[in-house]
Design a binder for this molecule. Sequence first.
Ligand code: SF4
Length: 341
Amino acid sequence: MSSFPVLFDLGSTRPTTRDIARTVRAGGTAALTEADRRADQARYQEVTCRSALNPVKGMPFEWTLNPYRGCTHGCHYCFARRYHAQFEMDSSDEFASVILVKRNIVAMLARELDRPSWQRQYVAFGTATDPYQPIEGHYRLSRALIETLARGRTPFGLITKGPMVVRDIDVLREHGRTVRNTVYMSVPTVDEDAWRRLEPGTAHPLQRLRAVRALVDAGVNAGVLMAPIVPGFSTARHKLERTIMAIADHGARFVGCNVMYLEDGTRDHFMGFIDREFPAMRPRFEKLYVKKYPPETYRKEVQSMVRVLQDRYGLRQRKEADAEHSSAAASLDSEQVAFAW
Ligand code: SF4
């Protein structure tokens, strides 16, 4: 029986993301009857992408690469939640439970890198959703994309919270023989309570740091992004210090940080989470997040504290490590000021 009887004939081809959006608009995600429900209870919808590399403006890189949309890691602060609305899905439950899999992305990337016009610019890999979320163990798209980037001699930086990235140390090293790559492991905090509350589907922070250790020991340029640091959850000085100590202990080659920002569907989801789980914190968040970012003075306080601690524990800043990729990192102010919430 056809899965998309009203809107299009699925036949032997997979729907495009636009087809998915039309289908969901007409019948909700229940209309995605071809989506494969797996043991984690998430549904996986294979799609055909029309391009692998997406051009971006106003960022320190020009191209992004994302094999999946939606992420079962389900972090409550995830900025990518708002992008799920592009597919007519909600930024709360459906972001973490209906995942689009770009089944043809490897072939598409190979074709794009073969074009004479491709100038081997730096590619930001995993900017929208995690390329090493659990389903990667099944599809292995991220691994094949690294192999393709290696053949295309294209530099990249990959961001993930998935320790599964160590599975691909061999292809990362192979890629690194001819062109630079960097793995940015996202570990916002090692505080167990904050991790459990904020990142319900991710691996334990220390497991992620052990992955950093394995990557560095294998010769891969790998470091940590404390991204995002969440006010009230991971900003206390002792939590920042424990996190940076742990990062240093695991041999990270650099560290960077940013403070959570909230926009559109991400804001709606996060505030709903606060209302449900921590209603007493609501007034503080409303005051801090009048705009999408907290006030600059607040962000500088956090960044300054991190800067002081990373100097203390001998960690390079991300912007130093990034200089070779001409990827501008957020400037970290060295001024230290009192910091509370
Ligand atoms: S792992 Fe990254 S992409 Fe996935 S939900 Fe968390 S922040 Fe979003």
